[in-house]
Design a protein around this ligand. Structure first.
Ligand SMILES: NC(=O)C1=CN([C@@H]2O[C@H](COP(=O)(O)OP(=O)(O)OC[C@H]3O[C@@H](n4cnc5c(N)ncnc54)[C@H](O)[C@@H]3O)[C@@H](O)[C@H]2O)C=CC1
Ligand SMILES: O=C(O)[C@@H]1CCC=N1
Length: 273
């Protein structure tokens, strides 16, 4: 039997739509192969405008459909109630969940020995610059791993993890991480205003500083620590600022505590809270 190339995307909100755009714009997947189930009318229209076939409920999916992959992009609290509607695909499809915290065992309760991947993308996926951590259940084969890698690589760089529990760790770092950086931009902007810059200038300087520093850290042969040292002249302005950032409570401690809180929350979500 010829391998189906069709994909069912369940939930087309922030991350679901980012994935959809990546598949269309960067993976070259024809829109005709993508079926989107999304109850919210405006989001359904947004997906339909990109050429996907849309449904307000799983019951609308064609009876003959045998998708190669079913991507679950609904909120963690919704997973339990929607999964049963996709049970009929468990022998033919690989299931890929991006729901924070929800363990593979939750999927297996409904889907049995289906091939299941837990993936954790992040918001820069919407511009093809995401990073995705992934872990596959024991029932996934090489062919499915390759297909899922291609789907995820359309929105960023893919890192397969050796243990499922590390998906929760990745959630705390790269999944939630963009929000930490966005908040840092807000803080740097406010600090700029506090030292006298006009708000628009403060925002422009803050955004491009984070952008430029991130690009440099990504491309430079120097480590982040070495780059920091290159910016920090002895007894200069940066040294004065870093003295504040490393004093108690240090930025390092705060970031660790923030990530630990995110990690704890992922573990709570696993329990359905
Ligand atoms: N937003 C982010 O940066 C990231 C989110 N995630 C995960 O992605 C998942 C989705 O998050 P967002 O896109 O931010 O949320 P969202 O609320 O923007 O999207 C979820 C979508 O699911 C739809 N939905 C609800 N019930 C449904 C059902 N029964 N069938 C089909 N669709 C249904 C909603 O209408 C909504 O559009 C969550 O589980 C979250 O943990 C993972 C990584 C990053
Ligand atoms: O905040 C959340 O729960 C989701 C998961 C990672 C990013 N957003």
């Amino acid at each position: 039997m010829e391998q189906s190339e069709e994909i069912v995307l369940v939930g087309c909100g922030n991350m679901g739509f980012a994935l959809l755009e990546g598949w269309l714009d960067r993976a070259g997947i024809p829109a005709a192969q993508i079926h989107v189930v999304e109850p919210a009318e405006s989001l359904r229209h947004r997906a339909a405008a990109r050429g996907a076939t849309v449904y307000d409920d799983a019951a609308g999916l064609p009876a003959a459909l045998r998708p190669r992959a079913v991507i679950i992009a609904v909120k963690p609290q919704v997973v339990g109630s929607m999964l049963g509607a996709y049970r009929r695909f468990r022998d033919t499809s690989v299931f890929v969940s991006i729901a924070a915290g929800v363990p593979i065992s939750t999927f297996e309760n409904t889907l049995g020995n289906a091939a299941i991947v837990r993936a954790m993308p992040n918001m820069p996926a919407s511009i093809g610059m995401g990073v995705i951590a992934a872990f596959g259940s024991t029932h996934i084969d090489d062919n499915q791993t390759g297909f899922v890698t291609d789907l995820l690589a359309a929105v960023g760089s893919v890192h397969w993890l050796a243990e499922e529990r590390l998906v929760d760790a990745a959630t705390a770092i790269s999944g939630s991480g963009p929000a930490y950086l966005f908040h840092f931009i807000e803080c740097l902007t406010d600090a700029g205003i506090a030292v006298g810059l006009p708000p628009e200038t403060a925002l422009a300087l803050a955004k491009q500083t984070v952008n430029g520093a991130a690009a440099l850290a990504s491309t430079s042969a120097f480590s982040p620590a070495e780059l920091r040292q290159q910016v920090t002249s002895p007894n200069g302005t940066t040294a004065a600022a870093l003295e504040v950032l490393t004093a108690e409570p240090s930025l390092a401690d705060l970031v660790k505590r923030a990530a630990a809180a995110a990690h704890r929350r992922a573990l709570e979500l696993a329990l359905g809270n």
